[in-house]
Design a protein around this ligand. Structure first.
Ligand SMILES: [Cu+2]
Length: 220
């Protein structure tokens, strides 16, 4: 049996370390008036499946406070467990009809329920049976490069640089533009350095409109 030359092993280790570094990809989303759009989900599609399988987030919290879900928008990697504590003194009955991620947490106070593990990518619309105004979204992505735009419409994604050809997709319940404007291919490191701009053409819905019928991305 041949043994591995230690120098080769060290070199291979160094190469793997170099290859595992990530590019920072800046993404900005602006509305038709050029105004930055906050709270937009941005994520990279495609990538190394083996890396995705090993990546994981700790339990993520979707709180209930002052009869609202907090936060209003949440983005998680597929397979992430989300806990739904009720921090109000009134009881809530949390549900989602968004198949196949649908679930129900029957009427409760405190935090008596097990976390919900979201096994399918897609948009999960949350509601409460007691309070019709309670609305929030969990966007489940098959990606470990994702985030929400900040007040300046920006988000920085850490993209594994083994990925040379991937797409960046955005989603928000406020966006009315068609799918073609919501996805951009990233083919070369050059475009990673310059960053991506999503310039929306249609006027946005108001921040908390419950317009769930019109907002799913193509496969949902
Ligand atoms: Cu409620």
């Amino acid at each position: 049996m041949r043994s591995i030359n230690p120098a080769v092993a060290v070199l291979a280790g160094l190469l793997m370390a170099v290859c595992a570094t990530a590019h920072e990809l800046d993404v900005i989303v602006v509305g038709p008036d050029g105004v930055p759009v906050p709270d937009v989900v941005v994520f990279a599609e495609g990538g190394d499946p083996e890396r995705l399988e090993t990546a994981s987030q700790p339990d993520v919290v979707m709180d209930q406070l002052d009869t609202q879900f907090v936060p209003h928008m949440l983005v998680v990697q597929k397979g992430t467990a989300v806990v739904f504590p009720n921090s109000d003194t009134v009881a809530h009955h949390v549900y989602s009809f968004s198949k196949p991620n649908n679930f129900v947490l029957p009427l409760y106070k405190g935090n008596p329920h097990e976390p919900v593990v979201f096994e399918h990518d897609g948009i999960v619309t949350l509601g409460c049976n007691i309070h019709d105004d309670m609305l929030a979204y969990i966007v489940v992505v098959e990606s470990d490069a994702f985030g929400l735009t900040d007040a300046s419409g920006r988000v920085r994604l850490s993209v594994d640089d083994r990925t040379t050809n991937f797409a960046v997709r955005i989603w928000s319940p406020r966006i009315r533009d068609g799918e073609d404007l919501l996805i951009q291919q990233v083919a070369a490191p050059a475009s990673i350095e310059t960053g991506l701009t999503f310039a929306l053409q249609k006027r946005l819905r108001a921040p908390h409109d419950a317009a769930t019928d019109a907002v799913a991305w193509s496969e949902y």
